[in-house]
Design a protein around this ligand. Structure first.
Ligand code: ATP
Length: 584
């Protein structure tokens, strides 16, 4: 398949901010793609080579990319670099430079998707001595045969800057329309995606074998299942009512969510489905000893602990265990953890996600032999608010954040990838008059003045709207940043600055800089008010008004364990506002 076809679709997608139009362009593209290529087309359209959990990213150093462009165009590296400084976008620079290339290749082979993917893959995987030279050559090989438009997207892709704003849900919509009767197929396709976290594989299966194969889709050990998530409520009576009059109240441990895939070896995935196996060798060892099954997928919360006293320690301690390539052994010694298992999704060929919660828990008990480092979560089943309340006090006393109330009825199957009322969190913060912390996404920034000259004065923050798959603004956040963090912001944000509103952002305000939604910050506010300028909850409470967080303050916690789509939702903000009214 010619790469030019893909580039044509990219241009069309780039030119619109409307999700329906984007979907239409993807549908056409998918229909024209040979089935054995569609996985690669899906990954490439999201600026990736593989699903995220594989953990191999594109992201060739810009200096090296410039060297390749120099080789294939005949222009000097310094000339290209100054062009790049001017345009701020290496993709655009590549297109401009190649329009006037000095070096004319006599026989330009049309670029194919296979060739582009193949070279990008070799570039991403090249390591060790000689790898820089190899990367430069592989990219020059592509650029030498590329038209200016093709070069633009090859360059964006290889440097990790291809951001078309095509979300997973848009791709699922397009697949359902392209290959099946959209309405009936959509939920089946989404189910397969939720159970595998691999859009490319789902697309390939659908294009090659049809909807039947998707309906028969089976969980595979090693491919993460998208996590089930909780709603929140502030009254115990309401929680019990919402869960059908009787629920399982479980400790809400304050740690790091882990999904463990057990076979002859163990793979651990984070809440964002990154492979974190290498950072927790102690958890892997403990699980291998504890699990009595050939294959299993279990979920739990990994909590930092004082081994001497058995006390749970603050969540922040576990951050010392994250993102390490070196010193893992020392960190294991210094910051020991316990894994509290709370769910069991698969055992020896049997998919348990359709089973009720208490059945899943029985299976968990059957296959787990508890040890000092692997335990099963604490739980009581109750219909009595007083029992719930005292179990909550006990959980807080033991160092937990609160309780998770889980439905135990016929609707208590594991809903992969969904946030629903089957799980409801009840946290300590609700007891105070202040609203709970919320997690918001930075979508823009305002230039700083006075002491903040050279950095940002405030960030424009947004909540996520899953129905429209966009981010809607809810406050300007300026408080709570210490000087060190402020000084770091420009470097941190550099790669994420864009010239126009991101296609998935809805804002009435015009900040000085726009950001690609990527950073999730924990924010505490005094209350939620109606707002004429914010788009979060627009028209939900009063026509023409949105909602805003009053006196927002950064708590200092970057929720980098959350993707922007995991941020607090618009619906949650609306519900918090309504509950606040009831309290007054
Ligand atoms: P928060 O920021 O409040 O932790 P979240 O958005 O990360 O919330 P939620 O779905 O709202 O996730 O809350 C559930 C989270 O609570 C899970 O992702 C998990 O990390 C954690 N957790 C702790 N104990 C349990 C438990 N017993 N059962 C399920 N989840 C638990």
């Amino acid at each position: 398949m010619e790469y030019a076809r893909l580039v044509g679709a990219y241009e069309n997608i780039d030119a619109t901010t409307k999700r329906l139009e984007m979907t239409g362009h993807l549908v056409e593209l998918f229909r024209e793609t040979p089935p054995d290529l569609i996985d690669r087309v899906v990954y490439l359209s999201q600026g990736k080579l593989y699903p995220d959990f594989v953990g191999i990213e594109m992201g060739m150093d810009e200096k090296l990319a410039i060297r390749s462009l120099s080789l294939s165009s005949g222009y000097s590296e310094s000339k290209i670099e100054s062009e790049w400084k001017r345009s701020g976008d290496l993709g655009l620079t590549a297109a401009e430079v190649l329009k006037e290339r000095k070096q004319v290749t006599l026989f330009r082979e049309p670029l194919t998707v296979e060739k582009v993917y193949g070279n990008l893959e070799k570039i991403a995987r090249a390591t060790g001595p000689g790898s820089q030279y190899l990367k430069v050559k592989l990219l020059a090989d592509l650029l030498g045969n590329a038209s200016p438009d093709e070069a633009k997207y090859v360059m964006k892709a290889v440097t990790g800057k291809l951001r078309l704003g095509v979300a997973d849900m848009t791709i699922l919509d397009a697949l359902a329309i392209a290959f099946a009767d959209a309405k009936e197929a959509r939920s089946e396709i989404e189910r397969a995606y939720n159970l595998s976290s691999d859009l490319g594989m789902v697309a390939g299966m659908l294009a090659k074998h049809g909807l039947g194969a998707i309906k028969d889709f089976k969980i595979t050990v090693g491919k993460p299942i998208r996590p089930m998530l909780a709603e929140r409520l502030t009254s115990i009576e309401e929680i019990i009512e919402k869960t059908g009059g009787r629920c399982a109240a479980e400790y809400k441990y304050d740690g790091l969510r882990v999904q463990a895939h057990v076979s002859s070896e163990i793979t651990l995935f984070s809440r964002r489905l990154e492979n974190i196996t290498g950072q927790f060798p102690d958890v892997c060892d403990a699980l291998l000893k504890s699990i009595r099954a050939k294959e299993a997928i279990v979920e739990g919360e990994c909590v930092p602990v004082n081994v001497e006293t058995g006390e749970m320690l603050p969540f922040q301690q576990i951050s010392h265990r994250r993102g390490r390539k070196h010193g893992v052994r020392e960190a294991v010694e210094e910051f020991p953890v316990i894994l509290f298992l709370f769910d069991c999704l698969y055992v020896d060929g049997e998919d348990l996600t359709g089973e009720d919660l208490l059945n899943r828990r029985e299976r968990l008990k059957e296959i787990v032999e508890e040890s000092a480092r692997v335990k099963i979560s604490d739980l009581v089943v109750t219909d009595d608010p007083r029992v719930f309340g005292s179990f909550f006090e006990k959980a807080i006393g033991d160092g937990c954040e609160g309780l998770l109330a889980k439905s135990i009825g016929a609707d208590s199957r594991y809903r992969a990838g969904a946030r629903g009322w089957q799980w409801i969190k009840y946290k300590r913060d609700y007891k105070s008059e202040m609203i709970d912390t919320i997690d918001l996404v930075a979508v823009g920034a305002f230039a700083g003045r006075g002491r903040r000259t050279g950095t940002y004065g405030a960030l424009l923050m947004a909540a996520y709207d899953p129905d429209e798959d966009v981010f809607k603004t809810v406050c300007k956040l300026g408080a709570g940043f210490d000087d060190e963090t402020l000084a770091k912001l420009p470097t941190l944000f550099k790669e994420y600055l864009i010239e126009h509103t991101h296609p998935r952002v809805r804002s009435e305000l015009k900040p000085d800089y726009w950001l690609t939604p990527s950073f999730v910050l924990e924010v505490l506010g005094a209350e939620i008010t109606l707002s004429p300028i914010h788009t979060c909850g627009l028209d939900a409470i009063r026509e023409g008004s949105g909602l805003a967080i009053r006196f927002p303050r950064f708590t200092g916690t970057w929720r980098d364990d959350k993707s922007p789509e995991d941020a607090t939702t618009v619906q949650e903000v609306v519900e918090m506002y309504e509950r606040q009214l009831k309290r007054v």
